[in-house]
Design a protein around this ligand. Structure first.
Ligand SMILES: [Fe+2]
Length: 236
């Protein structure tokens, strides 16, 4: 009798091979992410061993974490990392009462994009206007982890996508780490072809290790690998 593994671990897949992580909280001590330089270096070492090529550090800028771009830049430049992963600094900008486009535009993602998020529970009253203002300023808004917003329905995703808002896949969502609703939304968005960027949203050693140890159906793993391959080809 033969037994076939229907699920495989992320750590045993080629998922992160040559991967560019566009969203993670590895800048230590500035938000709810990694707290110490040692843990940042540990995660970067784990990422390198699994093939990650490039990482965008995207600390929160929000009411609870009112980081200034200048301070984040200074801390980023002080990070004692001399490994092979290419590191860059951007930020995850919360659309809240404190959102300031002039400040946010000092920390874009990949030069011409702006990574933004909202509350998980309620849309900000000025969401559409803010997204429009970002576009008018010449930056492309990237909505972080759209699968996690409990107030969004399929028609909301469709409308935002039609407005040219870029959706960023949090890969761990597809392992069920954020619960079944976010997992289902992430699968739906992936199947619709709505994602154009990907990240791990890593917050800690435990978080990243949990992601590596999690299992996914082989079919889903192949689907994500195909999506990531397309991204690589688009990015040249
Ligand atoms: Fe995040």
């Amino acid at each position: 009798m033969f037994f076939f593994k229907s699920k495989i671990k992320v750590s045993e897949s080629a998922l992160l091979n040559d991967f560019t992580d566009c969203h993670c909280h590895l800048l230590p001590g500035v938000d709810d992410g990694v707290k110490t330089v040692e843990n940042t270096l540990r995660i970067l070492d784990m990422m390198h061993r699994h093939g990650v090529r490039e990482v965008w550090l995207t600390p929160h800028i929000m009411e609870e974490h009112p980081n200034s771009p200048e301070d984040l830049q200074h801390r980023f430049e002080s990070l004692p990392y001399d490994g092979p992963i290419q590191l860059h600094l951007a930020a995850e900008h919360m659309i809240d009462r404190e959102f300031c486009l002039e400040r946010a535009s000092k920390l874009p993602l990949q030069g011409d994009k702006l990574l933004v998020e909202t509350s998980y529970f309620n849309p900000p009253i000025n969401m559409k206007e803010t997204l429009r203002d970002i576009k008018v300023s010449g930056l492309h808004p990237v909505l972080a982890h759209p699968c996690r917003y409990q107030y969004m329905e399929p028609e909301d995703y469709e409308e935002l996508h039609s407005l040219g808002i870029i959706f960023q896949l949090n890969i761990p969502a597809l392992t069920g780490i954020y619960g079944p609703a976010a997992e289902k939304n992430a699968q739906w968005l992936l199947d619709k072809g709505y994602y154009s960027l990907a990240g791990t949203d890593t917050h800690s050693v435990t978080h990243f290790r949990h992601f590596l140890d999690s299992k996914m159906p082989k079919k889903l793993m192949r689907k994500i690998e195909r999506f990531l391959e397309e991204l690589k080809q688009q990015q040249g």
